[in-house]
Design a protein around this ligand. Structure first.
Ligand SMILES: [Fe+2]
Length: 306
């Protein structure tokens, strides 16, 4: 992006957005070691409207944060779910070339609904027998849920999408096999070890109550419907932070000592600009022993989607 466009974008954001995009809160029970984490989500990679340029800019700005770890909240590409492998191969390529391969920190990625490929193809091609396979192959991972360690934190990545084939096509759900894995995994994690969990579909959100009213139930393809079952697994553990994607807005909730952050979107409103007040951007978190600093960095992209 040229400098004039960038200034126009950041100026517009400064005038119209009054609420802070930074927060810092007491969070006792963190690791002794501090860790700087990027959380970026909902990239929706494609090749139209100069969006590869936006991805490169985002990668560059993320690298400037000198993070120790990057967590991606999913929806790396656009519309894999209803497309064949060949139809979206160029989107994976664009994502890889302009963002993933450009990132300096270690990267862990959760699967989003758009990252399923060939689940319910609309072009008449045969559905893939395993619509997660393209994502696993692309990332070189054996499974779409996993855990690892970073700076004294236990990191858990969940697969929060289940293909249903009904009118909504999928729902947010953590299936029984994954829950069994999660319970087994947590049996080996000490109760005091701080846990950071990443999921594409939110486990907890007030987005639908804020935008549609208090009596509005969240659609089952927008939230994890068995969220309580998932969260109950952590009853005897220190669930420090939950990082969520899918809704493309910034939101922060505190519930029983856990902070839930829904982390905006690299593509903003699917490359159309701001969505419910959240611009295209990514989050940066500094996890300290007794507090967390968070900031949402706008990438300053002026949308070119007609
Ligand atoms: Fe998305």
């Amino acid at each position: 992006m040229n400098r004039r466009r960038f200034l126009a974008a950041s100026g517009a954001a400064a005038i119209s957005l009054g609420w802070p995009k930074q927060a810092s809160w007491a969070a006792p029970g963190g690791s002794r070691e501090s860790m700087r984490v990027l959380f970026f989500t909902d990239i929706h990679a494609r090749v139209e409207w100069d969006t590869p340029e936006a991805m490169s800019s985002a990668a560059h700005q993320m690298n400037e944060q000198r993070a120790d770890l990057a967590l991606c909240g999913g929806d790396c590409i656009t519309d894999g779910f209803q497309s064949s492998r060949t139809a979206v191969a160029h989107r994976w390529q664009a994502y890889r070339k302009h963002l993933r391969d450009q990132l300096s920190p270690r990267l862990l990625t959760v699967i989003g609904n758009h990252d399923f490929v060939g689940a319910i193809p609309e072009d008449g091609s045969e559905p893939e027998s395993d619509p997660r396979a393209a994502f696993r192959e692309e990332l070189g991972i054996p499974r779409t849920f996993s855990s690892s360690e970073a700076a004294g934190y236990h990191i858990i990545l969940l697969d929060s999408v289940q293909v249903t084939g009904d009118a909504l096509k999928y729902r947010g759900y953590v299936d029984e096999a994954q829950l069994a894995w999660l319970r087994g995994e947590l049996a080996h994690v000490r109760p005091e070890t701080p846990i950071v969990l990443a999921t594409h579909v939110p486990l907890l959100t007030s987005f639908f109550q804020a935008t549609a009213g208090h009596e509005q139930a969240a659609p089952r393809n927008r939230v994890v419907v068995n969220n309580r079952e998932v969260l109950d697994c952590f009853a005897k553990h220190r669930l420090h932070l939950v990082l969520q994607g899918h809704l493309h807005v910034n939101e922060m909730l505190r519930w029983r000592g856990t902070t839930f952050i829904t982390g905006g979107a690299v593509c903003g409103q699917w490359w159309r600009g701001r969505w419910h007040g959240t611009d295209a951007g990514f989050g940066v978190l500094t996890l300290r022993p007794d507090r967390v600093d968070w900031e949402y960095k706008e990438i300053g992209w002026v949308p070119r989607r007609p």
